[in-house]
Each structure stands twice: as C-alpha cells, then as structure tokens.
Design a protein around this ligand. Structure first.
Ligand SMILES: [Zn+2]
Length: 438
C-alpha cells in the first residue's frame, strides 16, 4: 500500500516491513535520499525524501497520510514535530521507526508565518532549561552546568596555539574548556569582565545549538575556532588586534555554523526550505547561524558582550556578521579576489583592510582540514567529510592553497606551519589516492 511518485513515496511500516536504516544512513547522506518515519495518530509511515522533493510534494504526501486530499486542503497547514521542536520540512533528517516525527495539522495557512514561527521556536528553545537533554548528544557528565576549574598542562595549552593540536584526544566537555582558555589567553575575560561561569554558559549554549550532524557539529566549531586561534598566534596578527577584534573573531569562529541542519545552501534553495524563504535565498545558512548566535548572546546568562558600550557592540556585531557571511563558499572566489587585490597596498591602519584580513582568517580556518597532520585530518574525513560533496578533497584542496598563500604574502610566518603541511598532505593524499565517492 502507499502513495508514490517518481520522487517520493511511503510504505506502511506498521505492517512489519523491514528497514535498513543504519546501512542507509551514510549512503543516503551522500545521495541526499533519506528515509523519514512519520507518525499520524497511531500509524507510523516511512517516507522517502530526495533533494528533488519539493516542500509542496512533501506536504501533499503528508496530507495524504492524514487522509486529506491536497486539492481540498483549504486553510489546513501541516507540520512535523520531534520532541516539542518543529522540524523544517525542507531538511528532514533520517530517523528510525522508534523516533518518528509527529504530524500535526493546523488551520494556519500562511506558510511564511509558519516558517517564521518555526524559526521562533528554535530561538525560543534557547530560553528553556536544558534539564532534559537528549542523552546521545550531550554526554552525561555534561549535565553539570556549573563552571569547574579545569586545568590543562602547559604543553596542551602550547599545542593549542598550533595547527598540530589533536582535538581527538579530548572529550567534547574538555573542548568547551579549551575554548574558554582561548578567550582567557587573548585577555578577553579580564578586558570585558567576563566571569568563568558566564563564558562557560555561553560556550556551552553555543555547543547545545550545534546539531548532531555528520560534519557541521560542535567538533567542527571547535576545530575552526582552534585553527583561527592558531593562525592568529603563529602569524603574529594577534599582536595587532584590539580586544574588540579578538572577541569578534573568536566568537565568529565558534558560532559560524550554529544550528547547521546538515544540508547546504544549494539544497536549501532548491528545496525551498523555510530558511531559504526567510532569507530570500541569500546565504540562508550563514544568515541563520548569525541569527542563532545573536539569539544566544541575547540571553543575559550567556551575554559575554554585556560590558560593551552600544557603539562597541555595534562594531563587534558588524564584524561577526561579516566574518560569518564570509564563510559562504559561494562567495569564496569573490572574497579571495578582493583580498588578493588589496595585498600590495595592505595597511593595518585601513579598517576595511583589517576586516578583509579577519574574513580571510576565518575562511582559512573553516576549510583547514588539510593543514592538520594526516592522522588528525583523516579522522575528520572519516567522521563526515565524504558525505558532503562540497567538502571533498579535490574541491577543498584547490581553494585552500591560494587562500593560505594570500595570507602568507602578508604573514610569511605561516608558511612553515600552515602552507607546508597543506602541500605535504596534498602529496600524501595523492600518493594513497584517496578518492571520495564524488
Ligand atoms: Zn564551517
């Protein structure tokens, strides 16, 4: 039984049909084809979603599951829910029949209103106390919400300033504290009167709002923050930066992929997701990451910028937005071109030049896997890189070299620690002929 079209269909799993969910997960991430279990009243159905599935098709399918003909839809709108959180129809993630999404039917007909309310839901959940965190995402030791004195040895803190730092030796809990150490090292806690508990609340809250997806998760946020930190330390750029610029760039790195749903902008736009609608196809993901980050900073217990004057806040906010929007790969050529152009006349007294420099640093950090020693980078690759076509080696290595080269023209200190490893790892991967499934 069921409804099918060339792109979507469902079968009734309450009849006991077997699924191959686990095997399917990685493969389907790659092709974009996903199995999603939905529940209406007492019946659980499996639906298949592909990147070509439009929101309208999905809605029609869900309506048919509820026994409603889409031509008689009228003012009815249909939404999917998981654990009290509305799911965007445009980027449903795979689940199991034990964790189906609940179909809700309501009378609201305005899809934009529904989209905005779903975004509001996401932001509203920031206010909720996270006592009942999903155990698989948040390790049990992390239910502790109080800052603890976490001491790292000198060698670890020294390694943290280099691209050789091996994040895999640390738990996610420890990564939170390592990020706090970066803020401390840059003098930010003292300068902006940020207590240990406040910075802990902030970093931890950002962490909670990274989704548990294969690549754009909290681990990635850590890696980008740490690499940005390492570039600033090794290049000597840090000595030229004001405290406002330091907190701007570290915070941008940390929050640059907040609440990433796992699918890229092209997907968002093609699937006409809520995010694409809200941001009119203009870098919907990066805009959303910014919005989520500032929603977190809007919580008094997380606002590490509360001591800033309103003028300084505006400067930091502008810088964060600019840096996060710069991580949109669609803008890569444009930004690299613009930066390359100003190199001959680069001047630290020119504020526009400085902002170009910081955007280049966050971009370098964002696509920095190749800089890390092969064993560390390989682990990252295993953990998710092959599932994202735009992050595969051919496509990453090509843009990453000119980006670091442009930075090395101004800061030759990074040549040895950053560019050489990129070239070495490129040779290494060529030698073992790692080919992603693209
Ligand atoms: Zn990223």
């Amino acid at each position: 039984m069921g409804v099918s079209s060339p792109q979507i269909g469902y079968e009734n799993t309450t009849l006991g049909l077997q699924t191959k969910h686990d095997v399917a997960l990685l493969n389907t991430k790659f092709t974009g084809k996903r199995q999603v279990y939905v529940k209406y009243e007492n019946s659980i159905e499996k639906i298949i979603v592909t990147p070509n599935t439009t929101t309208e098709e999905l809605e029609a399918l869900l309506l048919s599951i509820c026994g409603i003909n889409s031509s008689q839809k009228g003012d009815i709108s249909i939404t999917l829910w998981s654990g009290g959180k509305q799911q965007y129809l445009g980027n449903l993630l795979e689940n199991t029949e034990n964790t189906p999404l609940t179909i809700k039917i309501s009378d609201e007909s305005d899809s934009l209103a529904a989209a905005i309310s779903s975004l509001k839901m996401n932001i509203a959940k920031l206010d909720m106390d996270k006592q009942t965190l999903d155990g698989t995402v948040y390790a049990s030791s992390f239910t502790q919400k109080t800052f603890r004195n976490f001491k790292f040895d000198e060698q670890t803190l020294e390694e943290l300033r280099t691209p050789r730092f091996n994040n895999w030796e640390f738990s996610e809990n420890e990564l939170v504290y390592l990020i706090i150490e970066m803020y401390r090292d840059f003098g930010l806690l003292e300068q902006f009167k940020i207590s240990n508990q406040l910075i802990f609340n902030f970093v931890n809250k950002v962490r909670e709002h990274y989704q548990n997806n294969p690549f754009h998760n909290f681990k990635h946020a850590f890696c980008v923050t740490q690499m940005g930190y390492a570039i600033l330390c090794q290049s000597g750029i840090i000595a030229e930066m004001t405290h406002l610029e330091r907190i701007m760039l570290l915070t941008a790195c940390l929050g640059h992929d907040t609440d990433h749903p796992g699918y890229n902008n092209a997907y968002q736009i093609n699937a006409k997701t809520d995010l694409a609608i809200i941001y009119s196809d203009q870098a919907p993901l990066e805009n959303h990451h910014c919005a989520m980050l500032f929603a977190i900073l809007g919580l008094p217990e997380c606002n590490i910028l509360s001591e800033l004057s309103s003028e300084d806040f505006t400067v930091v906010r502008k810088g964060i937005i600019r840096c996060i929007l710069a991580t949109d790969m669609a803008k890569h050529g444009e930004l690299l071109g613009a930066f390359t152009k100003i190199i001959p006349t680069f001047s630290l007294t020119d504020n526009e030049h400085r902002l170009h420099l910081f955007s280049t640093v966050i971009k370098c950090a964002d696509i920095s896997t190749e800089v890390r020693p092969p064993p560390v980078a390989d682990r990252e690759k295993q953990e998710g890189l092959p599932t994202l076509p735009f992050m595969d080696r051919d496509k990453v290595t090509k843009p990453v070299i000119p980006l670091y080269e442009s930075l090395a023209k101004l800061y030759p200190q990074i040549e040895k620690d950053f560019l050489t490893p990129i070239r070495t790892s490129l040779a290494y991967y060529k030698s073992i002929d790692v080919k992603p499934n693209a």
